[in-house]
Design a protein around this ligand. Structure first.
Ligand code: HEC
Length: 167
């Protein structure tokens, strides 16, 4: 019995350590820079990021408090690529440095409908401003649902792409 308990305790400790490793801590925030934050905020709006990365934003015509922006969305986008979810950028960006973000954004390629081909064209200064804006919002909420492979049924509401043909 004792041995079993000991084995269980060790297994739990290993599982916890593995979990702690994947749950990366938040990287130190960049030095506050009001101009960059303002520019980043503007780009987030005109770049349309909130349309998908903020739950209910497009549906409510932008009437979501700014404190909730960029926290991801549980609305799935389903198509031949499977089902994808606009991620929680407040968590994503809290785990990488400004330099890492610039490189990441410049080389990003994702499944649809994320317009990565547009983000790639932002110049470095704009990408840095966006980073400053999102970092000062701080991490919030939980990660968006995991993407679902094409042959599996998603469990939450989805937008189907393209619209299914009427029979
Ligand atoms: C039409 C909806 C849509 C718009 C608009 C959009 N995204 Fe996305 N984004 C997504 C989806 C869906 C994913 C997940 C794609 C996947 O799982 O392959 C994603 C993924 C990402 C990722 C990679 C995942 C991560 O968290 O690191 C980044 C970075 C990102 N988006 C940034 C942006 C930025 C910045 C903007 C605004 C310029 C933007 N997105 C606009 C839907 C969108």
């Amino acid at each position: 019995m004792r041995l079993i308990l000991l084995a269980l305790a060790i297994a739990l400790a290993i599982a916890w350590a593995a979990d702690a490793k994947t749950a990366q801590p938040e990287i130190a925030k960049p030095k506050p820079d009001a101009q960059k934050v303002e520019r980043g905020r503007y780009l987030a709006i005109v770049g349309g990021c909130s349309d998908c990365h903020t739950a209910d934003y497009a549906e409510s015509e932008g009437q979501v408090p700014e404190s909730q922006w960029m926290r991801g969305s549980p609305l799935g986008f389903r198509g031949p690529w499977g089902t994808t979810y606009a991620t929680n950028l407040r968590i994503s960006l809290s785990k990488i440095t400004e330099e890492e973000w610039v490189k990441y954004a410049k080389s990003l390629e994702t499944r649809p409908p994320m317009p990565w081909f547009n983000l790639k064209q932002w110049d470095e200064e704009d990408l840095r401003a966006f980073y400053h804006y999102v970092r000062q919002l701080g991490p919030l909420g939980k990660p968006a649902p995991e993407p679902v492979p094409p042959h599996e049924e998603p469990k939450v509401p989805v937008v189907t792409w393209p619209i299914p043909q009427a029979k």
